[in-house]
Design a protein around this ligand. Structure first.
Ligand code: PEP
Ligand code: MN
Length: 359
C-alpha cells in the first residue's frame, strides 16, 4: 500500500516537504535522523540516497542495496513514505520490489537521455510517482525531455525538482538557481508541479532559508531538503545538511503565499499597476522598433562604405556607457547585460537583412 498520495499533498494547504539525509550511511544514522524528521509538522516523505553519483571516485558512493531494508523499516515503523534516487533500471527494480513510495532521478542522470530512457523502460506498467531534477547545466530542453520520457512510459504523477545549475561562473551558491529556468518549465508544462531543493542550490547552511523562501515567493509547490542528525559527520554534502530540529525551525520561519484569488485579482490598485505596466511595455516595444529602423539605416550606410556590421569598440562603448544609468534606474548589471546583448543581436540581424538585400 502506498503511503504517499501526490494529489492529496498538492491539494492541501501546506507545501510538499521531503527531507532526509543526502546519503543513507548506516541503520543507526538513518534511524536517528528519521526520528527527528518524523516529528516535523507537515513532513510528507523521508529521502535518503542509496546510490550516490559522486563526481570523483573514492568518495562515499552510498550503501546501495544494503540500505534498502533500513529504509523500509523506517517506512513501517514511522508510517513515513520513503523516496530514493535511481540511476539505472536495476535500481528501479529493487525499489519497486521493496515498495518505495516514490523515486527521484538525479541531475547527472537527467543530463543523459540513454539513462533516462533506461529508467523509463523499467517503469513501464507501474504508477509510482517520479521526481525529476533539473539537469546539471542550464538546458531546459533536456529537463523537458526527461519529463517526456517518463510521461511516455505511462507515469501519471511527475514532479520536477529545481536544484540549481552548474555554470562554471563564481557564485555565492553551490549551484546557481537561475530561477528563470524553472519559471520557463512552468510556462511550458504548467501541469507539472515543481519543488525546490535548496540544499543543492545553497551548498551551505546559511543560504538554505532565503532560497527556500524564494521558492515559495515564486509559487513553487514545496521542497526537498537534506537533513542529518549529525550534519558535520555526514559522509556526503556535510556543509549543506542541517539537523531535523534546525529544519523544523527553518520551515516555521517561511512566509507562505497564495498565487492569487478572486479578491486580489479584483483589487483596484493591482489592476491599475498592471495597466501601467502594460502601457510601459507597449512604449518599450515601439521604441525598440524605432531603434531597429535606425540600425537598418546604419546597415545601409555600412554596406555602401563596405564596412563590417560588428564593431568591437562601439559594442564595448554601448556596454560601458549604459551601466551608470542602469544602476541609477535600479537595474541589476546582470539584467542590463542580458538586455543589451539581446538588443545588439537583434540589431545585427536587422543590419544583416539590409546588407543582404539585392538593392
Ligand atoms: C542528492 O539529492 O543528493 C543529489 C545527488 O542531488 P543532485 O542530483 O541534485 O546533484
Ligand atoms: Mn546531496
Amino acid at each position: 500500500m502506498t503511503l504517499f498520495s501526490l494529489s492529496t499533498i498538492l491539494s492541501g494547504q501546506q507545501p510538499m516537504l521531503i527531507a532526509g539525509p543526502c546519503g543513507v550511511e548506516s541503520r543507526q544514522q538513518l534511524r536517528q535522523t528519521a526520528e527527528g524528521i518524523a516529528k516535523i509538522p507537515g513532513i510528507h516523505a523521508l529521502r535518503g540516497g542509496l546510490w550516490k553519483p559522486r563526481t570523483r571516485p573514492n568518495s562515499f558512493e552510498g550503501m546501495g542495496e544494503a540500505g534498502v531494508a533500513w529504509m523500509t523499516e523506517i517506512r513501517e515503523e514511522f508510517q513515513l513514505p520513503i523516496i530514493t534516487e535511481v540511476a539505472r533500471a536495476q535500481h528501479v527494480e529493487i525499489c519497486l520490489k521493496n515498495n518505495f513510495d516514490a523515486l527521484w532521478i538525479g541531475a547527472r542522470t537527467v543530463a543523459n537521455p540513454f539513462s533516462v530512457q533506461e529508467i523509463a523502460d523499467a517503469l513501464k506498467g507501474t504508477n509510482i510517482p517520479i521526481f525529476i531534477k533539473n539537469p546539471i547545466h542550464a538546458d531546459l530542453a533536456l529537463w523537458i525531455g526527461a519529463i517526456e520520457r517518463i510521461q511516455n512510459a505511462g507515469i501519471g504523477e511527475i514532479v520536477a525538482i529545481h536544484r540549481g545549475f552548474s555554470t562554471g561562473a563564481p557564485t555565492l551558491y553551490r549551484n546557481q538557481p537561475l530561477w528563470e529556468i524553472p519559471i520557463a518549465l512552468k510556462t511550458t508544462i504548467p501541469e507539472i508541479p515543481i519543488i525546490c531543493d535548496p540544499s543543492h542550490i545553497a551548498g551551505k547552511r546559511e543560504l538554505l532559508q532565503p532560497v527556500a523562501q524564494k521558492a515559495m515567493d515564486l509559487g513553487m509547490n514545496g521542497w526537498m531538503i537534506e537533513s542529518h542528525f549529525a550534519p558535520d559527520e555526514a559522509l556526503s554534502d556535510a556543509q549543506q545538511q542541517i539537523t531535523p530540529e534546525a529544519l523544523q525551525a527553518l520551515i516555521a520561519s517561511i512566509t507562505l503565499r497564495i498565487e492569487s484569488d478572486s479578491e486580489t485579482e479584483n483589487c483596484v490598485e493591482l489592476n491599475q499597476w498592471r495597466k501601467s505596466i502594460d502601457e510601459i511595455d507597449q512604449e518599450i516595444i515601439q521604441l525598440l522598433g524605432e531603434r531597429m529602423k535606425i540600425a537598418e539605416e546604419i546597415g545601409a550606410f555600412k554596406k555602401e562604405k563596405g564596412i563590417t556590421i560588428f564593431s568591437l569598440p562601439r559594442w564595448k562603448e554601448i556596454l560601458e556607457s549604459r551601466q551608470d544609468l542602469g544602476e541609477q534606474s535600479g537595474l541589476t548589471l546582470r539584467f542590463l547585460k542580458t538586455y543589451l546583448e539581446a538588443i545588439h543581436a537583434e540589431s545585427i540581424r536587422h543590419q544583416e537583412r539590409v546588407m543582404n538585400s539585392k538593392e
